[in-house]
Design a protein around this ligand. Structure first.
Ligand code: E4P
Length: 213
């Protein structure tokens, strides 16, 4: 499973990118709004840091506006992937962009059927929102498992991004299920790195070392 960061914060992305395991970035309107900066400039800076797919979401809901926005975002950098919310207009946009060879990530996926339709319309990626499914009293991992199994069964090459990850166990479970990618917030990546026994082990090694010199 490849690791993406779910962030629009340049410092977070730079820090995580330096560790060598980062394959891509996803942003969304809420994450970009938090930065209070020019949207296209943020995407440009991210694309200069990370050599991999960078998802940038359209804000419009009308087809024509979605397509205009998508083309402008795609012009920023060849690695930009257009994030499109899963609506009827969104599916049309995915299909048209696919014909123009502009990569898309179908976002706000909450059912296996939505994922299947997005894939068949030509989405390069689908993003089931695991954490938000859990928040709603349902099983986000079951949704991910269903999508993985359907895509496997029909040899669909659309990549699955486990999104709305809330804690490290979500990442482990997504990897075991066979998600192609997990997009993970900075805080959860840091939680994945840390382990109290690693810290205790370092402390013990260092104190033993100091006693011997
Ligand atoms: C994914 O692409 C989304 O940006 C993100 O994972 C949404 O997560 P949230 O439910 O924590 O907002």
């Amino acid at each position: 499973m490849r690791i993406f960061i779910d962030s629009a914060n340049i410092e977070e992305i730079q820090e995580i990118n330096r560790m060598g395991f980062l394959h891509g970035v996803t942003t969304n309107p809420s994450l970009v709004a938090k930065e209070k900066r020019d949207y296209h400039q943020v995407i440009r800076e991210i694309a200069a840091i990370v050599d991999g797919p960078i998802s940038a979401e359209v804000i419009s809901l009308e087809l024509r506006d979605m397509l205009q926005e998508a083309e402008k975002l795609a012009d920023i950098h060849p690695n930009v992937v257009i994030k499109i919310p899963l609506t009827a207009n969104g599916l049309q946009a995915i299909s048209i962009l696919n014909q123009k060879e502009i990569a898309t990530n179908a976002t706000l996926i909450f059912s296996a059927n939505q994922a299947l339709l997005a894939a068949r319309a030509g989405a390069g990626y689908v993003s089931p929102f695991i954490g938000r499914v859990d928040d709603n009293g349902n099983d986000g991992m079951k949704l991910l498992e269903d999508i993985v199994s359907i895509f496997d069964q029909y040899m669909i090459d659309t990549e699955i991004i486990a999104a709305s990850i809330r804690h490290p166990m979500h990442v482990t479970q997504a990897a075991k299920i066979g998600s192609h990618i997990a997009t993970i917030p900075y805080k959860v990546i840091m939680q994945m790195i840390q382990h109290p026994m690693t810290d205790a082990g370092i402390e013990k090694f260092l104190s033993d070392w100091k006693q011997s010199i």
